[in-house]
Design a protein around this ligand. Structure first.
Ligand code: ASP
Length: 405
């Protein structure tokens, strides 16, 4: 409840600051104070992130293997991630074809925005090679640099090695288990200041919005927000209900801490400590399953991002007056999925990997300069749905795996 109040107050104050204008002394000081508190909150979450991912995945794998469930959990998790992202992309393509946002606008109108922007080349084969190359890194370097993907893959391997070694490594496993428990305790403390942190982040976000760009792109924004909400409010809860029988309201109640944190931070990674806490403590997912599905999901399962990548590709195609054929839309489908999987869980990461989606069908990558000014705003909702997908995933996987044992 405190977090929700913090969020509402944050948006309210942000709007008030926006009204007053950036010149006002009060606004400058207010935004400065908000940035201090907001950054502190994110820093605290990031502080526990790496030890948490490391311990939770290795312990998760080790405990799953003891129950002979590892293979089934792996497969179910990956199938769930890919299917839910596929549904999200199809929604975006359907809505984009139907509403045609961007038709009626011209690229020339955005010359100013595009002038100072140089898109980096990101061809698919190179992106793939980079992604593969980034998977296996010296673990000490990955841990110290906060490289989540590489920490995830090392922790997976370590988890497997722990069970292969059986009793021989039981003290290392015990150490990791205690590491996990103690980090979760620290997460509990950090959550005490979450209402303030979330309020500060939202004040900052709303106060500095580019309202002019927002209204020019209103139709696109409406299509993206509408489909993202459809996916988050209807499709994911429906999947949850069909597979587990859990009611949406029960889910919202258990997950809201994480959802609001995702909205305010726009970062699945920073939210990970909170999502893990919601899944295990409120939604009662077994730690072994949540400890595996949620951190992996935070790095590769991004429904909101996948949806956005596809929607933006259609929007830019309309803007430059190119009608994408069925085959090209199929390419968008696949590249949007890869781009979403490859995007790290940090603010606006989806914008970087989107270059690849655009290039795959010959659209000008520079056009994302048009979307950059409104991206922080759209990122809030897509990150929330990204995180929601991970938590729904952990419940569905738990149900499917226990049902079949
Ligand atoms: N901000 C998103 C996330 O952390 C990634 C994106 O930019 O789409 O999940």
């Amino acid at each position: 409840m405190q977090i929700l109040i913090g969020a509402v107050l944050g948006v309210g104050l942000g709007l008030y600051f926006h009204e007053l204008g950036a010149q006002s002394q009060l606004v400058q000081e207010g935004v400065y104070a908000a940035s201090l508190v907001g950054t502190l909150f994110i820093d605290l979450l990031k502080m526990v992130l790496i030890p948490l991912v490391f311990c939770s995945i290795s312990v998760g794998i080790a405990n799953l293997r003891q129950h002979q469930q590892m293979h089934r959990v792996w497969v179910t998790t990956l199938v769930f991630f890919v299917s839910s992202m596929a549904i999200a992309i199809v929604l975006a393509l359907l809505a984009g074809n139907y509403f045609k946002p961007g038709a009626g606008l011209h690229l020339a109108m955005f010359d100013h925005a595009m002038q100072n922007f140089q898109a980096k080349q990101l061809p698919l084969p190179e992106f793939f090679a980079q992604f593969l190359h980034g998977l296996f890194v010296n673990p000490f370097m990955a841990l110290s640099q906060g490289n989540v993907l590489a920490v995830v893959s090392f922790a997976l391997i370590l988890g497997i090695a722990l069970v292969m070694g059986g009793n021989r490594y039981k003290s290392i496993l015990a150490l990791l288990e205690e590491g996990l428990a103690i980090t979760m305790q620290i997460v509990g403390w950090i959550m005490r200041i979450a209402p303030l942190g979330i309020m500060a982040l939202l004040i900052q976000l709303v106060a500095v919005q580019d309202a002019a760009m927002l209204s020019t792109l209103a139709k696109f924004v409406a299509v993206v927000v509408g489909t993202t909400l459809l996916h988050g409010v209807v499709i994911l809860p429906l999947i949850l209900y069909l597979f587990t029988g859990n009611k949406p309201l029960w889910f919202w109640q258990g997950a809201r801490e994480a959802l609001v944190t995702a909205f305010a931070t726009s970062s699945s990674s920073a939210t990970l400590p909170v999502s893990l806490r919601c899944a295990t403590q409120h939604l009662k997912v077994k730690p072994a399953i949540a400890g595996f599905v949620i951190p992996l999901g935070a790095t590769i399962n991004m429904d909101g991002t996948a949806l956005y990548e596809a929607a933006a590709a259609l929007f830019i195609a309309n803007l430059v007056g190119i009608e994408l054929s069925m085959a090209q839309q199929l390419i968008v489908f696949f590249t949007a999925m890869i781009a979403a999987m490859g995007a790290p869980g940090i603010p606006s990461a989806g914008m970087v990997t989107m270059v690849m989606v655009l290039q795959s069908v010959g659209l000008p990558a520079e056009a994302i300069a048009i979307l950059l000014p409104i991206d922080r705003l759209l990122d809030t909702l897509r990150t929330t749905v990204n995180v929601e997908g991970d938590m729904v995933g952990s419940l569905v996987v738990q149900k499917l795996v226990t049902r079949s044992t």
